[in-house]
Design a protein around this ligand. Structure first.
Ligand SMILES: *[C@@H]1O[C@H](CO)[C@@H](O)[C@H](O)[C@H]1NC(C)=O
Ligand SMILES: *[C@@H]1O[C@H](CO)[C@@H](O)[C@H](O)[C@H]1NC(C)=O
Length: 755
């Protein structure tokens, strides 16, 4: 009896999948148009499933269909074949099946990279902000699928292996395929518009401004080692050695992308970059004290930049702001209006903190990229054009700073008469903004071409990153940064690198923090370690803003490194004026109410990274007070408990609370990561943007359309008047899957849909 009941339950369950678990394709607008997928309009689109293996032709004669393909078939060639057969709009969608589980022989190498051949360069929407020679084929394995416009064709990835298995079997069986329908509800906005149109969208009925999209963006994290720079606006300090110091920036991107919105593992890109850079800060803080750093001619600054995959959003904002930002006096305020110790901020254009103004000149930038899976055995690579003394100095220091596992070799990348090109990293922002005036060097795992395994910007990236290589990169970065801070303009790389190598020991690849953090960044982004750091930073922020800031969106499991939209819940700063909250403000009432303040809610990763910078670099002069006496650190529960800390008492220093619950000196900060073409509209709530008056028209200006709450994918058995009979008959055919499915499918139920 129970067997019969089970079988009946099973018939019902297998006859439809409501809200099939899936990851939708990324759909975006940019300055010139759109990329990505989506349905033609708000109507759902459906058709019978059809298994396309790349060779078997597509249904002809105007017959509707939904293509089911294997994930290794997700190439520009296959998708273009499908789409070009779609002249009548009969291709209703594409389902990409999870096949990674059994694909061991393919071991990632056979997957195409959907990224462009010239990432952020020639032929891409970011071409205008690339620097110099932008047509070097760094991603030779890439087919650029990420930039194709599949308007009218929704595409989703079926995450679950078991569900994919079921759909594959059904799609391969002609009898079943013709009656199993897949239905997409994925309207992502109309064709023929661009980012400016959707940001400025006005509803026709009431003529109200009602944006249909938001810019991509979020929060970058930066910080410095050593005592803080003297405030740029402090006249008494014009002769101070600390003010005239220039910054050597250690920078990296902390994001990646893929074809699918919530499936951006970015292990060899964002994740490895973050790990190498934050471990370099850890190693530096552990090895060199503030007193030593304060005596060096240059200051070390760390920059972890968000939104780099979409046109260097974080690094261009940061570099441009450090070098060029001026806040009009009337908009220069305290971030907490009534607290004279809070950071200076700018109400319009909105900058929640002006700390970056203290950095002063930038002397150079070292960047790191894709060191998780080095292409060479025992080698990392340095890229430098050889055009400046500083650049050559940095490259030479890197080459003499190798570890027992990885040496650094000069990259062989050369582009004929154009010389030695730079791969796309935040250094390109600095070179582009300064017209090549400030140089640097890039440390990578690849030589003249990105690795094929894992494919760049792919949703398929394993978690097996080489910690020996990442630890080596951290060591090399820390040493090179220290050597550059030590250099006094003589560019004596031998002396400087031996100084740095003596000061900084090699980071062990089984260092506990490295191993734990690797697990968070590659495997489980909801880990305790990140939330410990992030929740303390949220508590510090509550003290410093008065807003109820909590821990932001976690990376998730598996971690997702997609930048996402610039939004109040994802880094867009907001200012409270009386009882109103705006994205920026140009009126006169700020400060009239005691609660007026500026706040922001970053993602959890950024909160954690900021607190790590305080924790790793904020030990003061080794806990020595103003009179040179050793003091033990004070314990705390949040920043408010860290007033008047003797070891953070130099001018401009302030204390905050570390994840270890000790008062440390504040060393980490946030910076907005937002396309330079847009600014939040004054006196409007967040989510409204103006095109900036000094938009040079060169940035990509990526925006993401709003999603309807009803988006999703359903599958159902097509039934006609013989429905009952049909379900029973076909139920028998499906019974082989039955018990398997009841147990494994995490999909809901839906009543038979009758057409
Ligand atoms: C595909 O399914 C396997 C097995 O369930 C899973 O481990 C893997 O993460 C899935 N792949 C993707 C890209 O989600
Ligand atoms: C700069 O450093 C070099 C050693 O690297 C030293 O010989 C030289 O005297 C220094 N110059 C100044 C102006 O301090």
């Amino acid at each position: 009896m129970t067997v019969i009941i089970n079988v009946i339950v099973c018939y019902i369950r297998t006859s439809s999948f409501h809200d099939l678990q899936h990851s939708p394709c990324v759909t975006l607008y940019n300055r010139a148009g759109r990329v990505g997928c989506g349905t033609v309009d708000r109507e759902v689109q459906s058709g019978p499933i059809y298994y396309y293996d790349g060779n078997n032709g597509v249904p002809t004669g105007g017959q509707n269909f939904v293509a089911v393909i294997e994930e290794y078939q997700m190439t520009a060639e296959v998708i273009n074949t499908l789409v070009s057969a779609n002249s009548n709009g009969n291709l209703k969608g594409i389902m990409v099946l999870n096949g990674t589980d059994t694909d061991t022989d393919r071991s990632n190498g056979e997957y195409a990279s959907p990224g462009p051949i010239y990432p952020l360069g020639y032929g891409t929407p970011s071409e205008g902000i690339s620097y110099g020679d932008n047509d070097f084929a760094w991603n030779a394995n890439g087919d650029g699928l990420i930039h194709s416009d599949l308007y009218g064709v929704p595409m989703v990835y079926i995450n679950e292996y078991e569900t994919s298995y079921y759909i594959r079997n059904a799609a391969q069986d002609e009898n079943k395929a013709s009656v199993i329908y897949s239905e997409f509800n994925y309207y992502m906005g109309p064709d023929g518009i661009n980012s400016k149109d959707c940001l400025k969208w006005v509803d026709t009925e009431n003529q109200e401004w009602n944006p249909k999209c938001l810019p991509l963006g979020g929060v970058s994290v930066w910080g410095y080692a050593g005592s803080p720079p003297k405030p740029a606006n402090d006249d008494n300090n014009s002769n101070s050695a600390n003010t005239v110091k220039s910054a050597v920036i250690v920078g990296t991107s902390i994001d990646s992308t893929s074809m699918f919105h919530d499936l951006v593992p970015g292990s060899n890109e964002g994740a490895s970059n973050v790990l190498a850079t934050i471990m370099a800060a850890y190693l530096l803080g552990k090895s060199v004290d503030d007193a030593t750093l304060d005596q060096l001619p240059n200051r070390i600054v760390f920059g972890l930049f968000e939104g780099e995959a979409y046109g260097y959003l974080g690094s261009r904002r940061f570099v441009n702001d450090v070098l060029n930002f001026q806040c009009n006096d009337q908009y220069t305020v305290r971030s907490m209006a009534k607290d004279e110790n809070s950071d200076m901020a700018c109400l319009y254009p909105m900058r929640p903190s002006l700390k970056f103004k203290d950095i002063g000149n930038i002397a150079a930038m070292l960047t790191v990229d894709q060191v998780g899976v080095p292409s060479g055995d025992g080698n990392l690579f340095v890229h430098n054009s050889g055009q400046t003394d500083m650049g050559s100095f940095l490259a030479n220091v890197m080459m003499s700073s190798g570890t027992s596992y990885y040496k650094v070799a000069a990259s062989a990348a050369e582009n004929g008469n154009d010389g030695y090109p730079y791969p796309p990293t935040p250094l390109s922002s600095l070179l582009s903004v300064t017209g090549g005036g400030v140089d640097g060097a890039v440390l990578t795992g690849y030589d003249y071409v990105f690795t094929k395994r894992p494919p760049y910007q792919s949703h398929v990236q394993g978690t097996q990153m080489k910690l020996k290589a990442i630890a080596s990169a951290a060591t090399i970065l820390a040493r090179t940064a220290l050597a550059a801070a030590y250099d006094n303009g003589s560019y004596d790389s031998d002396t400087a690198s031996s100084y740095a190598t003596n000061a900084i020991p090699e980071l062990s690849y089984d260092d506990d923090l490295l191993v734990d953090l690797a697990d968070c960044l590659f495997v489980n982004g909801n880990c305790k370690l990140l939330s410990k750091y992030a929740s303390m930073e949220a508590a510090n922020d509550r003290d410093k803003t008065g807003f109820e800031i909590g821990s932001g969106t976690a990376l998730g499991q598996p971690p997702n490194y997609y930048v996402s939209i610039y939004h109040m819940n994802n880094g867009q700063p907001f200012v409270k004026v009386g009882s109103k909250v705006y994205g920026s403000y140009d009126g006169d009432d700020y400060g009239k109410s005691s609660g007026d303040s500026i706040g922001m809610q970053p993602k959890m990763l950024q909160q954690a990274l900021r607190n790590m910078l305080h924790t790793f670099l904020g030990q003061g002069s080794s806990m020595v007070d103003g009179d040179g006496n050793k003091v033990s650190p004070k314990s705390c529960s949040s920043a408010a408990k860290c007033k008047d800390i003797s070891y953070c008492s130099t001018d401009a220093d302030s204390a905050t609370c570390s994840a270890d619950k000790l008062c440390v000196c504040q060393r980490g900060f946030y910076h907005i990561a937002l396309d330079e073409a847009v600014d939040p509209t004054p006196n409007k709530s967040t989510g409204f943007f103006d095109i900036s008056s000094d938009d040079a028209g060169v940035s990509a200006l990526w925006t993401e359309p709003f999603w309807a709450s009803s988006v999703g994918v359903n599958m159902y058995r097509y039934t006609d008047s013989n429905a009952g009979w049909f379900v029973l008959a076909s139920g028998a055919i499906f019974s082989g899957f039955c018990f398997f499915l009841v147990v494994l499918l995490k999909v809901g139920m839906k009543k038979e849909k009758l057409y």
